[in-house]
Design a protein around this ligand. Structure first.
Ligand SMILES: [Zn+2]
Length: 241
């Protein structure tokens, strides 16, 4: 889905390792930061992570989080924000052909572990209750149409052609489909062949959660979910503009 992040994860970020002071942000010019208007915690704390350490669950060597177990590492857990409450539970259905390390959906699980589940297509798809919704760009309904008592918001994570196939699965095809209205204004550059409305999965989760909260609270929003984009911002800010 996103081509840049796995290379960042696998090669270890050159900008960070070249920084002589690991606690100093290498973004002295803020103009290139993504999401400048959101209340995202200072991502430069992760520049202190200069070596791989071991995942407490599977003992694999990782840099920032374990993309297999979907957890932060013991050394990064205190540095990565936690969001304890979201306005609905979130399921992300990941295509089995997608490489784990590529998925930004894992960011949502790392940052809000009690509210997000990452499930594999097709074996891991549960039977959804009638009021569950599927968030997808091609949809008849808007977030304002979603019931206050929503049991689950479901996202699918894969390439555009994988997604079209996944939508036909019997457990997904009858879910009410809901589209987002919010769009990032400047940062995201659609990749060749992708819809212009294409968002990284973590962005779609964030914009849904925010829109749903605003819909329930007459438009009021105080930034409480902005840290869902913490890891995404950290990786995006490393990309030369
Ligand atoms: Zn692990």
């Amino acid at each position: 889905m996103e081509s840049i992040e796995p290379s960042l994860l696998s090669t270890d970020i050159a900008g960070a390792s070249a920084n002589t002071d690991p606690f100093k942000s290498d973004n002295s010019d803020n103009s290139n930061e993504c999401f400048p208007d959101l209340l995202i915690s200072d991502v430069s704390v992760l520049n202190s992570i200069t070596e791989r350490t071991f995942c407490a669950s599977c003992n694999s060597s990782r840099r920032y989080f374990c993309y297999t177990c979907h957890v932060a590492l013991p050394i990064t857990r205190p540095l990565i924000p936690l969001i304890e409450t979201l306005p609905s539970k979130i399921d992300v259905i990941k295509h089995e052909a997608e490489i784990d390390g590529k998925s930004t959906a894992i960011h949502a699980k790392v940052i809000s572990p009690d509210n997000v589940d990452i499930l594999h297509y097709p074996s891991g798809i549960p039977d959804y209750e009638n009021d569950a919704i599927l968030v997808f760009p091609d949809a008849e309904f808007n977030v304002e149409d979603v019931s206050r008592s929503l049991s689950k918001a479901v996202f699918i994570d894969g390439t555009w052609s994988q997604a079209k196939k996944m939508l036909k699965h019997p457990k997904l095809r009858n879910l009410k489909r809901v589209k987002l209205k919010s769009r990032p204004t400047t940062f995201w550059r659609p990749q060749t062949g992708k819809s212009e409305a294409h968002l990284a999965t973590i962005e779609a989760v964030y914009y849904f959660v925010r829109e749903f909260h605003e819909s329930l609270n007459c438009g009021d929003y105080d930034g409480r979910f902005d840290n869902l984009l913490f890891l995404y911002k950290f990786f995006r800010d490393k990309i030369p503009q």
